[in-house]
Design a protein around this ligand. Structure first.
Ligand code: IPM
Ligand code: MG
Length: 356
């Protein structure tokens, strides 16, 4: 088990430290090696994805990732922005399918901004395409129009093979769940989306046991708020997936609870909390480490086929929530307020108790 550890920036370092404590308990033999990425990469080597970091990622079986980003990125050129390091890593390793489960822990129902009956039992996965779309499409850039104004432009593009591989990932995922896939696009307006829908529709019959439906992204955003429990697996492009996954995260009470896995053609994956680096709360020991810890559980399951260990970690998280431990983002009246480290320790303690 060779794990590349990339804490990154901001609260990334704090939450990854807690996930590592958990790893030591459930997989003491795992080899870990750390490397800088994002702003940390810039500080160490002048670029957001330093060559030694990419090299380590290539050699590793899995990557445990924190988050990247600094407070004010507006004036930093794109190639030196912390997030660029993560995008380059996703592309370099062809991690094209990003799984973002939104699961309602019964203990946190009161923490959601939606009414309990709307979110009780919520259990969906967004499969976000990760290597294409306006994120990577060429041409992109700035130019000057005839009126002398600056114009910024990007290209939304998808090839058939890019859509097909992520569609298959979504159908396979649905087979392990409730066998429903909802493909989300904007085919009424965009060619890239029209092709997306055609390809998903063509692939669908290969999975006759999975029910396929389609929604336009605006309607999908609305349905996520109105009746989120209708969804099982949502498959969508990079840009729509970025937006919908933050929205879905909030259904569960806090983005601080949401893990993710990015996978490609083999079992090597990158595991990261869906939340960002949150510079405003960094270094204060108040961030929620559970998304990072649950990301570790996904790693154990997907990259190392350690289903039992993954379950143990998830059960330990349940146990600390049931015992009333809450970080600030999921704080509820009458519960035990804890910081990042104490929450990590509580999970470790819960794991030890399981063994006993
Ligand atoms: C995410 C983040 C990234 C993205 C940023 C940090 C580049 O928002 O993983 O959702 O847009 O993909
Ligand atoms: Mg995002």
């Amino acid at each position: 088990m060779k794990i590349a550890v990339m804490p990154g920036d901001g609260i990334g370092t704090e939450v990854v430290a807690q996930a590592l404590k958990v790893l030591r308990i459930v997989a003491p033999h795992a080899e870990t090696q750390e490397a800088p990425i994002g702003e940390a990469g810039i500080q160490a080597h002048g670029v957001p994805l330093p060559a030694p970091t990419l090299e380590l990622a290539r050699k590793a079986d899995a990557i445990l990732f924190g988050s990247v980003g600094v407070a004010d990125e507006a004036d930093i050129p794109r190639e030196r922005r912390p997030g660029t390091g993560l995008l380059q890593l996703r592309e370099a390793l062809t991690l094209y399918a990003n799984f973002r489960p939104a699961y309602m822990f019964p203990e946190l129902i009161g923490a959601s901004t939606l009414r309990p009956e709307v979110v009780d039992g919520l259990d969906l996965v967004i499969v976000r395409e990760l290597n294409g779309d306006a994120y990577f499409g060429q041409p992109r850039g700035f130019e000057t129009n005839q009126a002398g104004e600056r114009v910024g432009f990007n290209t939304m593009r998808y090839s058939e093979s890019e859509v097909e591989r992520v569609a298959r990932a979504a159908f396979e995922c649905a087979r392990r769940r409730s066998r429903k896939v909802c493909s989300v696009d904007k085919a009424n307006v965009l060619e890239a989306s029209q092709l997306w829908r055609e390809v998903v529709t063509r692939v669908g019959p290969d999975y006759p046991d999975v029910e396929l439906s389609h929604l336009f992204v605006d309607a999908a955003a609305m349905m996520l708020m109105r009746r989120p429990k209708q969804f099982d697996v949502i498959v969508t492009g990079n840009l729509f997936g970025d937006i919908l996954s933050d929205a879905a995260a909030m259904l569960t009470g806090s983005i601080g609870m949401l893990p993710s896995a990015s996978l490609g053609y083999n079992r090597k994956g990158l595991y990261e909390p869906v939340h960002g680096s949150a510079p405003d709360i960094a270094g204060k020991d108040i961030a929620n480490p559970l998304a990072a810890i649950l990301s570790l559980a996904m790693m154990l399951r997907e990259s190392f086929e350690m289903e039992d260990a993954a379950r143990r970690v998830e059960q330990a998280v349940r146990a600390v929530l049931a015992a009333g431990y809450r970080t600030a983002d999921i704080h509820q009246e009458g519960m035990r307020s804890v910081g990042t480290r104490d929450m990590g320790d509580a999970v470790v303690e819960a794991l030890r108790k399981q063994a006993a």
